[in-house]
Design a protein around this ligand. Structure first.
Ligand code: C2E
Ligand code: CA
Ligand code: CA
Length: 961
């Protein structure tokens, strides 16, 4: 949204003095935030010391205040401008009060003659006063709108902070330009008392535990260089000599140019979680070593209890070889008591044909063995397990198991390569596991851990974890785990490999914590930082990142893409007239419609205000085809956004302007592309809105060509490269009645430059002011010369006045000075004004025309018929002449419309009592046609082209004879 142009208060006070017929006028605003708060005309210096007077006006109950003679007024009689020169006597003023009653200022006129204020004067003053109030009101509204946007931004920030605080996170940032580091205040608290807050990365690293410094520095450098985000857990050193776990997340922030300017992220105190997790891990490790030490041996016996087979494990366990034991009874050698028990159990198994199980201490072996005997036809199968360690630490074991069971963290122990079965098997899970997954122990034991994976479990993350474990490392990762009911949840897993004494990998112990909530908080934070809360569209930051990525992708895929800038036409008017809630509603509906116009892979973003951007990718490798596709999408967007909107019961119509620029491997940095699309969008606006415009390198070329031209213009003005040519204007009898002054620029290298080319540039750069003044002065000097000779004394000179020149507060003064200085009859000076100066601030323009008219100059309306559609205002303008634009004359025979327009203009002028002149008359046929319609005056090549003064005078003498 473009800011409002500054109100023309200089012009306004001038107007106040003119309409009230006073020598001076002052506008004083009470708003001290405004860049200037006082404007005046007709007074020698800044008017000070009138504060009391202004206060009186404002207290007069909203009514105008008149002081017929200030010398007799106790409040004003001692004011220097009353007591001394210029000896002000008459004061009249109106208070300026906003609709809500806020006093805004005072508009006053003063004169050096005593007089009683006529009612008409005061009503004009009152009208001007209202105009000021209206303009100030508009400015206040715009200010409010700007404030509101800033406030929304702050609100987002606040929400982000709250979300972070609930997750015990706080933000940090590293500015890459000067390496300055911003850390959250909580960090100082973590470091402990008496420690200074680190201000640079180096200082920060000093606070990290020595073993992690290199790693942290490495990830930050990598992040700055390759935009690789990081998430690291490490210990910091705390005063006096403790340690604390912190988690540091970082990602890059890009400037508008697309370059990485900052790293920002989150610091989280994870000490409590880490300690709990480590404790769990320690417990689980001890349990596993215990389990791992249990081995199993297997033998077979015949029905007499004699060994028929021993496996290796049983040889080791029983401390005898197969050769020694084969054929021996199993119950020999264990001492009386134990052998008796063994024999008893085994015989019972054989006689009952039922399996038996028991545990006993075997003194010769020095071990506790668990014995399980299964009878079969030829004898018995007996399994032995050395349970000494378990027996020895039975109590401890029970403690461990119950301890782990009661933990909140999930514990899973996996046997890495069990002798039976193909892959790793789950051998232990705790209660927390059952609670979180919905599986019972029985359902998971001896199954593969893969059963907990699902479609959203990241394969690459799993591979990374196992890669680390392969090297006997401890590994950490975040994984999605699937419950029995198919639901998923996030766990933070810490996995450790456990090795047996001989070094073989036996188990993995995994301790996990449900972090679904934290993940949700992370996502929320991400969302707040990268999405626009009003429309839920990606914001500028995310757009910049995606665009950067898209440009990188182009390099490998060779696919074309386009960027579209979309700006709603006249959005501000809706906002100002119907309020922000309707405005917000419209923006939300626009966002939905835009998303409906593109594919899923395309990006629709909101940059702020009423500016949207659409990025289309993968449009194929053919530039022409891509452009066609973009054109189709842009037209669709235009049409979709043009459909009526239902804004909470109010039917609203809106259009948009779209600028499009393509991107591919050959061209474009992020900031360059945004500029191009923006430029194209502005072009669409100047083409009358509700339209699409493609970026074209000529646009940029013309921007820079104009810059060069305006430098040249300035030099041209200094070095007198300008001339005035004169083109005759004739009456019905083809007698020369005057001329039009047309500016010419004789450039030393460019040659003759056409005014059509340089006038617009001069307008834009403001150079039109000195140029226009120069032409005006030349015309007046020429009139003065002609005035002295009877045969030329009646000639008029028409001078073109551009809008910018007309609007300048000094314009009337300048004309007045030129007339006075040259001593001409003002009536011979004709000013050619255009309809465009009525396009806004019409009242002021009309008043100013009145002032000019009052000076005695002649006024013509140039290029008539081209501009403003409403003719109703014509009546109110103090004009002498209408000039039919040459485009109507050119086509008067080929386009029946143009003939009708000419005819209408001529009769309109007649009914208003105005002269009509036709310009661009090139043929006799055109002339006689116009004459038939009643046109009074003519100008064009048919009579004479514009000529230098000497040639014109020769031409005139020839015409006269
Ligand atoms: P304009 O005010 O409409 O001026 C009339 C233009 O029509 C002039 O173009 C004139 O040379 C041209 N012309 C005259 N007779 C014929 C004819 O029979 N057929 C055709 N086709 N054209 C004819 P020029 O001199 O190139 O000026 C172009 C425009 O530049 C002017 O249009 C005016 O808008 C602007 N301009 C020229 N001098 C000044 C100046 O001193 N101040 C300002 N502000 N604008 C100027
Ligand atoms: Ca003209
Ligand atoms: Ca014209």
């Amino acid at each position: 949204m473009a800011p409002l142009p500054e109100p023309d208060f200089d012009g306004l006070v001038q107007l106040a003095a003119t309409v009230c017929g006073t020598r001076a006028a002052v506008l004083q605003l009470v708003d001290d935030e405004a860049p200037a708060s006082s404007w005046s005309v007709g007074l020698p210096e800044v008017v000070a010391g009138l504060t009391d007077f202004y206060a009186r006006v404002l207290q007069a109950g909203g009514k105008p205040l008149t002081i017929p003679d200030a010398a007799a007024d106790p409040g004003l009689s001692r004011h220097p401008m009353v007591a001394g020169p210029p000896g002000l006597r008459f004061f009249a003023a109106v208070p300026l009060i906003a609709a809500d009653g806020t006093p805004l200022g005072v508009l006053a006129v003063m004169d050096s003659a005593v007089r009683t204020g006529r009612d008409a004067d005061l009503s004009a003053l009152d009208m001007l006063g209202r105009l000021v109030v209206a303009q100030l009101d508009l400015r206040r509204q715009q200010q409010r709108l700007a404030d509101r946007n800033a406030e929304q931004e702050q609100q987002n920030q606040r929400r982000l902070q709250i979300a972070m605080r609930t997750a015990q996170m706080s933000s940090w940032a590293l500015d890459l330009a000067d390496n300055s580091l911003t850390l959250p205040p909580e960090f100082a608290a973590m470091l402990g008392t008496g420690t200074a807050m680190p201000g640079t990365l180096d200082e920060l690293l000093q606070h990290y535990a020595a073993e992690s410094r290199t790693r942290i520095r490495q990830v930050i450098t990598e992040c700055a260089r390759n935009a690789a985000p990081f998430d690291e857990e490490a210990q910091i050193l705390t005063a006096p000599d403790g340690r604390r776990w912190v988690r540091m997340i970082g990602e890059v922030v890009r400037g508008t140019s697309g370059a990485v300017t900052r790293i920002q992220g989150i610091l989280q105190d994870i000490n409590a979680r880490k300690q709990a997790q480590e404790e769990t891990l320690r417990l689980a490790m001890r349990l596993t070593t215990t389990l791992a030490s249990i081995t199993e041996a297997f033998v077979t016996l015949d029905r007499e209890g004699r060994f028929t087979y021993l496996n290796q494990e049983s040889e080791r366990l029983l401390q005898h070889s197969t050769a020694e034991l084969l054929g021996q009874e199993i119950w020999q050698d264990f001492g009386e008591e134990v052998s008796g028990r063994l024999r008893q159990h085994i015989q019972r198994a054989l006689t009952t044909n039922r399996q038996v199980e028991f545990e006993n201490f075997f003194p010769p072996l020095g071990k506790w063995l668990e014995v399980r005997a299964y009878p079969f036809a030829e004898g018995l199968a007996v399994y032995f397990r050395d349970v000494s360690e378990r027996r020895n630490s039975q109590e401890q074991l029970m403690l461990l198991e119950t301890g782990i069971a009661r933990l909140n963290d999930i514990v899973v122990i996996v046997e890495a390569s069990p002798r039976h079965g193909s892959g790793p098997q789950i051998v232990f899970v705790n209660d927390a596991f059952e609670r979180h997954t919905g599986y019972t122990r029985e359902e998971v034991l001896s199954r593969m851990p893969g059963m907990l994976q699902g479609p959203e479990t990241r394969e690459d993350e799993l591979a990374r974890i196992f890669g680390a474990l392969q090297q006997w490392k401890q590994a950490r990762g975040e994984l999605v785990i699937y419950r029995k009911d198919g639901e998923s949840f996030w766990v933070d897993l810490e996995i450790v490999s456990v090795a047996a004494q001989n070094g073989d990998l036996t188990h993995w112990v995994a301790v996990g914590r449900d972090i679904t909530q934290r993940k949700a908080a992370d996502e929320k934070i991400h969302h707040l930082a990268f999405y626009d809360p009003l429309t839920e569209l990606p914001n500028r930051q995310l757009l910049l990142e995606r665009l950067e990525q898209a440009l990188e992708d182009c390099a490998s895929t060779r696919q074309e893409g386009v960027l579209m800038f979309i700006d709603l036409d006249n959005f501000k008017i809706l906002n100002d007239t119907l309020g922000h809630s309707k405005g917000d509603l419209l923006l939300q509906k626009v966002a939905v419609r835009l998303k409906g116009c593109v594919r899923k892979l395309d990006t629709v973003a909101r940059l702020g205000g009423d500016e949207f951007v659409v990025m289309l990718q993968d449009l194929g490798t053919q530039p022409e085809a891509a452009t066609r596709k973009a054109q189709i999408v842009a037209e669709k967007v235009l049409a979709t956004l043009r459909e009526p909107y239902d804004l909470a019961g109010y039917q609203h119509y809106s259009t948009s302007s779209i600028g499009v620029t393509p991107f591919n491997i050959r061209q474009g940095s992020v900031s360059e592309l945004l500029k191009q699309a923006d430029l194209a969008m502005y072009q669409a606006k100047t083409m009358g809105r509700n339209t699409v415009c493609f970026f074209d390198p000529d646009m940029q070329a013309s921007v820079s060509a104009n810059a060069a031209l305006s430098t040249d213009l300035r030099a041209g003005l200094r070095e007198h490269q300008f001339l005035v040519h004169y083109q005759p204007q004739v009456d019905r009898e083809q007698r020369i009645t005057g001329v039009e002054a047309l500016l010419r620029w004789k450039h030393p290298q460019r040659g003759m430059v056409s005014p059509a080319e340089f006038i617009p540039v001069a307008e834009e750069s403001g150079l039109i002011l000195p140029l226009g003044q120069w032409v005006l002065e030349q015309a007046c000097l020429q009139l003065a010369v002609w005035q002295k000779q009877p045969e030329t004394a009646g000639l008029s000179i028409a001078v073109n006045v551009s809008v910018r020149q007309f609007r300048h507060p000094d314009f009337v003064d300048m004309v007045m000075a030129a007339i006075k200085h040259s001593g001409i009859q003002p009536h011979n000076l004709k000013l050619e004004l255009t309809e465009s100066l009525l396009a806004d601030r019409m009242e002021i323009a009309i008043a100013k025309m009145g002032t000019l008219k009052a000076l005695g100059v002649t006024l013509a309306l140039d290029d008539f018929g081209m501009g403003y559609s409403s003719l109703s205002y014509l009546k109110r303008l103090p004009l002498d002449q209408l000039k039919i634009d040459k485009s109507f004359i050119a086509d008067v025979f080929s386009d029946p419309n143009d003939a009708a327009i000419c005819s209408a203009i001529i009769s309109l002028a007649q009914s208003l009592g105005l002269d009509v002149i036709a310009e661009g008359v090139e043929t006799e046929a055109q002339r006689s046609f116009l004459a038939g319609l009643g046109c009074g005056y003519y100008q064009g090549f048919l009579f004479c082209p514009p000529l230098p003064i000497a040639e014109f005078e020769t031409f005139m003498r020839g015409a006269a004879t």
